[in-house]
Ligand binder design. Sequence first.
Ligand code: OOG
Ligand code: MG
Length: 259
Amino acid sequence: MTGQTPPDVEELADRLDEAAAKAAPIPRLAAAAGVGPAAAYAVQEALVERRLARGERLVGLKMGLTSRAKMAQVGVDEVIWGRLTDGMRVDDGGLVDLGRYIHPRVEPEVAFLMSRSPEPGEPVGDLASAVRAVAPAIELIDSRYDGFSFSLPDVIADNTSAAGFVVGPWRPVPDGLDNLGVLLEVGGRVVQTGSTAAILGDPRRALDAAVRLAGRRGVRLREGWVVLAGAATAAVPLRAGDHVRAVVERLGTASLRAA
Ligand code: OOG
Ligand code: MG
C-alpha cells in the first residue's frame, strides 16, 4: 500500500458499511471529504476489511465500467475494480432476498476462474494460461448512495456497488471470447442484448486490467479467485418475483430469482 491514509478513511468506511447493513442509502461522501480515486481505494479496502473481520473471505475481484453501456448508464467513464467476498456469492438458480438491498440491479457478466497468480506486468497474451475456466455470470449491484448516483471516487469507495454475484457452470476457455452474444432475460423476456466485444473489445482485456489496476494497490490475483469482467450491457432493476437469466453464447446460462 502506498500513500498516506487520510484520517477519515475508517469513518467513511463505517458509513458505507452501515448503509449496506441497514439497506438505507446515504448521500455521496467523496467530494465533501476531499477523497480522490487513490484515497477511495483505501476506503474500499477498509470497507471490505469490515466484512473480513465478520468472517467473510476474499474470493476474487470484479471489474467495473469496462463497457460503454455501463459508463453511459452511470456517467463515470473510467475502468474501476472492487473486491468479491464469499458472503456475496449466490448459488446459480438461487433466491435473493430483496429486503437486504437498497435499489438492486442486475447485469450480465463473464467470470474467469484463476488457475494461478499472474506475475505483475505479465503480457495479456500469457494471461490465458492463468485462467482455468470461464462462466456466464450475473452481478447484483446496489449502490449505497441516494438515487444510485455517484462520482468516480464515490463508487470506488463503495466497493464499486458490489452486492452479490452468481456464477453459472464453469467450462474451459473457448478459442474466441471476443464476440459472443450476451442476453439478459427477466421473466423469460429479453431486456438487454449485447456482445462480449463490448467489454474492452475482449473480456480478456478486463483480466489484464484487473492484474494491472489491483496490482498498483498491492493486490495480486490468486489461484481459485473469480474475476468478473464487467457488464456487457446496462444493468436493470431487480424486483420481487423476478426470474433473471444471463445467457452468453457458447458459455451457457446463469440465473437467480428475487423474493
Ligand atoms: C458500478 C459498478 C459497475 C460493471 O460491471 O460495469 C460494474 C455501478 O454500475 O454501480 O459492476
Ligand atoms: Mg458489474
